[in-house]
Each structure stands twice: as structure tokens, then as C-alpha cells.
Design a protein around this ligand. Structure first.
Ligand code: BGC
Length: 751
């Protein structure tokens, strides 16, 4: 029922949009503006002085780059971020106090990916595009598509997956949905930006094969499948050169091989060198002076301002390099709301809140259920809701992805709304986030992430508040059922730097141990009440071995957005059947991940990606390592059967057909995952790689016949010595399952 309602809602939403668009079609001749001709761009550029051109290629305020008023060329307006349009900055850095900038706060990127619903990326982007347009933004800084290499990366919550294919599919949809509203996507951070520690300096030492097989494909997908109009360079270096002005990344691969005709925007203060930025593909430089002095940035001192002018005037660099950037920027301006009417946007409308709710419903993952869930409210008189995260708001923290949410339904509120007066709810905080300011006196800005020694807060934070714990355990012992809501947070309240640690920008986690004494608290609650469901938030997993075996149910909710509390309640009480699947492997401790056990994480100054292409399940499955919950895993309240695999080779494609049947007694959704296993590769290759998937919604007893096409690229690998993609002849096993460790059907194809 829920799914049908959703499809109806989406349909209505699209009809509404399409009708708005047809209105616009008359106004501007089409939904996506006709591409402006290169001659027109050139003739506009020919009217500009060198100073005017240079104005376009660097910032003019914290979130604008310059325009040319004389020629009617506006400033370009940027906004973070990946899961909501960020607060207004005015021209400075800090949030404006009285701005009208409340926005829809969508579930974070990793929750979007967990839906494995191919349509969801588009719908999500469409919400952001409308809200950005309504706030007069031309470029939205998202999606965040860096590969989850280690569970400790502080920004994993913004990213999508450890798998490049899943990331690419969801992100390309997001980009299209956003850009169909006339707002440029700016997928970030290109590339191999997988740690926050030492983020402005770190040099990633990585093979070309790992770049092409793991770290590039999602960027290729947003460019070639999503049609992204801009891309954000990263802070880090790759093999000695800063990524924002990297000859191989920008000129050879992005603009060369992939044919990207959009704009490379720097990350905020990621340009480090005028000559390289001029030559190696940076089109707009943002943020530089903000890093030096938040209050008095001197825009003329940007690398691509006065220093660039000097280099051109003294003949060191040809002006044509600037022209090329300007041409790209003008092209982007014509494509977007900056210079073309795309009709009005809309913000904080019920349809957007409905999308936030749907992403949460489909993205929250049920990982364990020993006959406890769903709760039947008619059988429960008293529920104890325990945990600080049951009442905490998350929208306004985490760094640049923060959103001033119109509202945020907490899990406690969601549960209250759902059970109404039928059930008595008793709440205890159970644990509290805290810190000792004196410990942080010596920490400022990014320096905080440069020194492991300065991270004493993490150790400190592990100590429990005994009084809160006892209160909570007493309540738990009296209730018919317990819902514990805990996990990670976006930062300590009142941290000196304001953003805090754990799931936040510029910081990585130290380990995966549950913080603030939650592990002990869960154990004690489990020991007094065996009807306890554990709900954890966070951009990654936590160590589970000390509490999971004695816990009957575990739901991972990521950061589920403004409607998240509602979605959590609906899943716990069975109004929604969970269908989320993990987009990353949950192993018990960070040391087990290949970035730690084989490679390095985090690095200082340099970090070696010695694990190469063996990231996430590619490592765990190939090397036969134990995991707690595999990639692609997630439970439902119903059961599914897979049958009748048929493989057909047609032209240069393999068509994978199979039947999925809902064998349980309630409707639900299953994700059919197609992995390719090369049987005798001539080089070392992962035992399986995800190359196709489909989410299917089925009534009880119903079946669906799926048809998933794999093209040649699904079988190729990037040859480590020949440095190119190759399709090797030989036999390949097609594995169809509902996680990387639960393969239900197999068949062979030969190339
Ligand atoms: C972040 C980007 C963000 C930018 C602007 C940087 O520090 O890395 O993701 O878009 O700031 O806020």
C-alpha cells in the first residue's frame, strides 16, 4: 500500500512539474535550454577585456564567482550542499541570522544509496533543484560521490557507497533531476578524496588501475550518463599533483577521454598554484582567501586573479588558457538559471517533505530481527524510548552539508505520532554527548585533524554517565518493549571549531567504538528487557561484537532527514516494510577494512592505497574475510525467492532474466543484484563486482520477471600494465543474489 501511495505521489509530483515546464516551454523554447552556439560564446568573450575574463574565473564573495556587469553577465551563485540547500552566507562566510533560508532536509547521501531505487536519485535531485532555484542559486555543490574506502572517513555520510557502480547510478539520477530544474550539479570531490585528516595536503599514492576501476567510474557516470555541467576538484593530491589542477585528471581523463564540456570548480581553497591552475584544467577558483582570513578576503589576491594577470601579461602563459575557462563558464551560465529562465522554483512544499520521507523509508536498513519486529502496538502498553539520538536534531551540523531544516521529526516524535494515545511512552536520555573544553584549547580548524594526539575527546567520550544510564535501565526494566536510539552524531555541542567530530567535515573517526558509553548501556538494557530494538544513526557502522549477539533487532537509520523519525517509527511498527540494503560492508572493526589492514588510513602528507582495487566487498569477498553484514544486505518483513535464471547474449550485451517471487504474507521490496565473476582472468581480479541491480515491489504471492542488461563494460578491467580497459575472452559467471554474500542463482556466459 505504502509503495503504491508513493508511486501515486511521485506521479502527481511529476505531472505538476511537467505542467509547469510546458508553461516554460513557451517562454524559453524548451525545458532544457537549447545549447548556446560556440560562436555566440566566442563573440561574447571577444567583447571582454582580460580583467573582465579574469573576474569570471575566481570568487567574488564566499559563494559567488564574478560577473561582467557591463555585458550583463551575472555573478554565478553557488550553494552547498548534497542533501539540502545550505543557509545564506550573504557575501561573507558566516550564516546570516535573519535570512529566509529554511529548506527541505533530505536523508543524507548514504541513505539515498541504501534505497537502491534507481528512480530515487532523480527525485531527490529534483527536490534540490527546485529549492536551489527558488533561492536563486545556479550551482548546487553535490552530490558527494567519493568512494567509501574506510568507515572512519568523517564525510562518509555525505557519500554514497564503497561501490563505484552503485554510486554512479544513484548519482547520475541525482544530477539529471537537479539539472532538469536549471541548476548545475557539482559532483565532488574529484578524485580519491577519501580522508579528512590532513585534507589540504595529503598526497594519495594510488595506481592508475585503482583510479579507473574504483575512484573514477562514478565521476565518469555523472559526466557521461548524468550530463553534469560542473565538477568540483578535491583538496588532496594524487601521485604528487593537486587534484584541482591535475593534468591527468582534468585534461587527459575528464575533459579528454570523457568529453566533459562543463566547469571544473575548485574546492574552497584547493587551488595552490597559479600556473598549474591556468594550465591544468581549473576553471573557477573558490574559497582561497577565506582560508587565510575569513573576515577580509582579498579577491584580487586569488591565484587566478592578479597573479594570473601577471603571468599572461609577461607572456608566461597564453591568454587562450583563460579563454577556454571563460567559454566553459559562459556555457554553464546559459545552461543554468544564471542566464536562462527555467521558471519558478519551489521550497518547503509538501511534495518535497514526502520525498524526504520516502527516501528514509526505503533507505533505512533492517540488519537483524530475531522475531521481534515489527512491534504490534495493540500488544504493548508501555514503550521505553531510550537514547540521546531519539531527541537530537542533526540538520544543522556536520560541516558544509548543514541545512536549516524547516522542521525535523525526531525518532521520539515519530514514535509518539504513530502510537498516539494507545501506548504509553517513557523516555530516558541514557547517555549524553559531552566534552571538556580545556582539552581542545590547542585545537583550531583543520589543525585538529592533523594530530592524532589532539583527539583525546574520543577516548574521553567513551566514558558513560552512570546516573543517566541507571535511569534508563530502570525504565527499560518496566516497559513492555524498548527502542534504543543511539549511534554517531555530527559533533559535540559547543566544540570550539563549531563543527565537532565523528560524522563531520575535516575530521575522521578514530575507531568504530560506540561513543559516550552506549555499548555498556545497550548491554544493560538487553539484560533487563529482551524486547529491545536497537536503532543506530551514523554515516558508518560501529563495533558490534559486544552488543549485537544479545540484541534481537537492529535497524541502521544513517541520518534520515527531516522526516526520519516518522520513517523509523513506521518501520518499527510495521506500517512500512523495510527494503534498504547496505551500500557498504559492515565489518566489526575498522582494522578489518582493507584500507587499514592492507593499505594506510589515515595518512599524513602521503597515504598509500596499497589495497589497490580491493576496496569494500571486493576485498572481503575475494580474500574470504568474515564480515558482520555484507554489502547489499538488508532484511524485510517478508521473504523472496529467486528462480529461472536465463542468460542471453545479444549483440554486445548479456541479458540477465530471472523471476523474483514474494513468498511471504505482506507486500515488500527486494533488490536483485547482479555480480560478474571472471572465471579465469589473466590478471588478479575481484571475485565479484556489482554490474546491475533492480528493485522490485511485490504483493504477497506475486512474481516479477526481471530483465537486466549488462553491456561489455560490465566485463572489462583496466589493465595494470597496458593502462587501458580490456575485455578478455573467456568464461564469466553471472551471480544473482540479494547481497554480495548471498548468491541465489548462477549461470555462465563466454566472451
Ligand atoms: C568542502 C566542500 C564544500 C565547500 C564549500 C569545502 O570545505 O570540502 O564539500 O562544498 O567547502 O562549503
Amino acid at each position: 500500500m505504502q509503495y503504491r501511495l508513493f508511486l501515486l505521489a511521485v506521479f502527481a509530483f511529476n505531472v505538476l512539474f511537467i505542467s509547469c515546464q510546458s508553461g516554460r516551454e513557451q517562454a524559453n523554447g524548451g525545458k532544457t535550454p537549447a545549447e548556446v552556439s560556440e560562436e555566440k560564446l566566442d563573440s561574447l568573450m571577444n567583447l571582454m577585456t582580460l580583467d573582465e575574463k579574469l573576474n569570471l574565473i575566481h570568487a567574488s564573495s564566499s559563494f559567488t564567482s564574478g560577473g561582467v556587469p557591463r555585458l550583463g553577465i551575472p555573478e554565478l551563485v553557488f550553494s552547498d550542499g548534497p542533501h539540502g540547500v545550505r543557509h545564506e552566507h550573504g557575501r561573507g562566510w558566516y550564516a546570516l541570522e535573519d535570512a529566509d533560508d529554511k529548506a527541505t532536509y533530505l536523508p543524507v547521501g548514504i541513505c539515498l544509496a541504501s534505497t537502491w531505487n534507481k528512480d530515487m536519485g532523480y527525485i531527490y535531485g529534483e527536490v534540490l533543484g527546485n529549492e536551489a532555484k527558488e533561492r536563486n542559486k545556479n550551482v548546487l555543490l553535490g552530490p558527494g560521490i567519493n568512494i567509501i574506502r574506510s568507515p572512519l572517513n568523517g564525510r562518509n555520510f555525505e557519500y554514497l557507497s564503497e561501490d563505484p557502480y552503485l554510486t554512479g547510478i544513484m548519482a547520475a539520477g541525482y544530477v539529471k533531476g537537479l539539472q532538469d530544474q536549471g541548476v548545475a550539479a557539482c559532483p565532488k570531490h574529484y578524485a580519491a578524496n577519501n580522508q579528512e585528516t590532513d585534507r589540504h595536503n595529503i598526497d594519495v599514492i594510488v595506481s592508475k588501475r585503482a583510479l579507473h576501476e574504483i575512484y573514477f567510474p562514478a565521476f565518469r557516470a555523472v559526466v557521461q550518463d548524468g550530463g553534469a555541467w560542473s565538477i568540483m576538484g578535491a583538496y588532496n593530491k594524487i601521485n604528487g599533483q593537486y587534484t584541482t589542477h591535475h593534468e591527468y585528471l582534468n585534461n587527459v581523463v575528464l575533459k579528454g577521454e570523457w568529453g566533459f564540456d562543463g566547469v571544473v570548480v575548485s574546492d574552497w581553497a584547493s587551488v595552490k598554484n597559479t600556473r598549474e591552475a591556468l594550465l591544468y584544467g581549473t576553471d573557477i577558483e573558490m574559497g582561497t582567501e577565506l582560508l587565510r582570513d575569513f573576515n577580509n578576503p582579498e579577491y584580487d589576491e586569488f591565484y587566478l586573479a592578479r597573479p594570473a594577470k601577471e603571468m599572461i601579461e609577461n607572456g608566461e602563459i597564453d591568454e587562450s588558457f583563460v579563454d577556454e575557462k571563460v567559454r566553459r563558464i559562459l556555457r554553464l551560465m546559459h545552461r543554468t538559471t544564471a542566464m536562462t529562465d527555467h521558471g519558478p522554483g519551489k521550497r518547503n512544499v509538501p511534495e518535497h517533505q514526502q520525498i524526504a520521507l520516502e527516501v528514509a523509508r526505503e533507505g533505512i536498513v533492517l540488519l537483524k530481527n530475531d522475531d521481534l519486529l515489527p512491534f504490534d502496538k495493540s500488544e504493548i502498553k508501555t514503550i521505553a524510548v531510550i537514547g540521546h539520538n531519539a531527541t537530537r536534531h542533526f540538520a544543522e551540523r556536520g560541516g558544509s552539508s548543514q541545512v536549516r531544516s524547516l522542521y525535523e521529526i525526531t525518532p521520539l516524535e515519530g514514535i509518539q505520532n504513530l502510537v498516539g494515545d494507545d501506548v504509553e511512552i517513557i523516555y530516558a536520555e541514557g547517555y549524553e554527548p559531552y566534552y571538556d573544553e580545556s582539552l581542545f584549547a590547542d585545537i583550531t580548524g583543520d589543525a585538529a585533524s592533523q594530530s592524532r594526539e589532539n583527539r583525546r575527546d574520543v577516548e574521553l567520550a567513551r566514558t558513560a554517565n552512570k546516573k543517566l544510564m541507571q535511569e534508563a535501565v530502570d525504565l527499560a526494566s518496566k516497559a513492555d518493549a524498548v527502542i534504543f536510539v543511539g549511534g554517531w552524531i555530527h559533533g559535540h555541542d559547543g566544540m570550539p571549531w563549531g563543527e565537532g567530530t565523528y560524522d563531520a567535515e575535516a575530521r575522521d573517526k578514530l575507531n568504530l567504538k560506540l561513543i559516550f558509553g552506549q555499548e555498556e548501556l545497550i548491554r544493560q538494557i538487553n539484560s533487563v528487557n529482551d524486547r529491545t530494538a536497537i536503532v543506530l544513526m551514523g554515516g558508518s557502522n560501529v563495533e558490534m561484537s559486544n552488543w549485537l549477539p544479545d540484541s534481537r533487532a537492529y535497524l541502521h537509520a544513517w541520518y534520515p532527514g527531516m522526516e526520519g523519525g516518522q520513517a523509523i517509527a513506521e518501520i518499527l511498527f510495521g506500517e512500512v516494510n523495510p527494503s534498504g540494503k547496505l551500500p557498504m560492508t559492515f565489518a566489526n572493526s575498522h582494522e578489518e577494512y582493507p584500507s587499514h589492514s592492507v593499505g594506510e588510513f589515515p595518512g599524513y602528507k602521503t597515504v598509500k592505497y596499497t589495497e589497490d582495487i580491493y576496496v569494500g566487498y571486493r576485498y572481503f569477498d575475494t580474500r574470504n574475510k568474515e564480515v558482520v553484514f555484507p554489502f547489499g544486505f538488508g532484511l524485510s518483513y517478508t521473504t523472496f525467492a529467486f528462480s529461472d535464471l536465463k542468460l542471453t547474449k545479444k549483440d554486445n550485451k548479456v541479458v540477465v532474466e530471472c523471476t523474483v517471487t514474494n513468498t511471504g504474507d505482506r507486500e515488500g521490496a527486494e533488490v536483485v543484484q547482479v555480480y560478474v565473476h571472471p572465471k579465469q582472468p589473466s590478471v588478479d581480479r575481484p571475485v565479484r563486482e556489482l554490474k546491475g541491480f533492480e528493485k522490485v515491489y511485490l504483493d504477497p504471492g506475486a512474481s516479477a520477471r526481471l530483465n537486466i542488461e549488462l553491456d561489455e563494460s560490465a566485463f572489462k578491467f583496466y589493465h595494470p600494465d597496458e593502462l587501458k580497459w580490456l575485455l578478455e575472452s573467456g568464461s564469466y559467471e553471472i551471480q544473482v543474489g540479494n547481497s554480495s554474500r548471498d548468491i541465489k542463482l548462477t549461470g555462465n556466459v563466454d566472451w
